[in-house]
Ligand binder design. Sequence first.
Ligand SMILES: [Mg+2]
Length: 292
Amino acid sequence: MSIATPTSESRYHAPPLLVVTDLDGTLLDHFSYRFDAAGDALQRLQELGIPLIPNTSKTSAELGPLRRALAIEAPFIVENGSAIFLPRDSFPLPPGGTTFSQDYYVVELGLGYREIIDRLAPLRERFSFKGYHDLSDIELEQLTGLDQEQLARSRQRRFSEPLVWQDSETARSTFIAEVEQSGMQTLQGGRFLHVLGRTDKGLALDRLRTLYQQLYGQQFTVIALGDSGNDVAMLEASDWPVIIRSPSHDPPHLGDNRPVTVSRHNGPEGWNECVLALVDKFLNQRGAIDHG
Ligand SMILES: [Mg+2]
């Protein structure tokens, strides 16, 4: 089944711009998970009708309260590019290969959780690490700073397993190679080494951009914002990559030589500064084309 051809209902009225963002350490403060400092930019996106698309290592269960708090209705990408959730009211027909989950069409790009745990099992005998499901609430609370309700939601994993590495750096490289041989891959996040299927935030972004372009019959420019190594593929898949500075680690390096915006401030404050500036830049360029 293919996605709907553009109809009068699906004509796009907002500027053809998608803002795709990592959450932890990017839109949300690394320590407090607050986003107040990004209020002006969030409001600007809302006024202009520009979709704000979370692309995160978080689970779909964690996204529910966050999307309500952020007052956003756009699609979202979970568990490091493992699945795209499309609100059924804004995407009129499911694209090929979708499943249903409550109010969403779900495009699955990664592997199921059970499969990941099964493939990790033989590696546990030779490497020392703890999986997310091995960790107690107290350990997880100390690692993440999440409260009980947030932890329960973060445990509802469907497509990936975050690990705490407890072995040597040499063993880590061997482990990563063996994970790849078993048809999976790893991604380094701000706190965990994530094991998942052969996908990433960049592949998921490519797929979502294609869905938008098919649905609305026009090109979209993508601004992507992230702070860690697991955001690099997403930043490289965007038109305007933005690295948000972190209080906990150095900015990641992109593989290509395109210009990258690096925020002056950390976390949501930096997010606010960069989104306001780039949305203005986009609208100005577009204005110049429209009136040129
Ligand atoms: Mg992050």
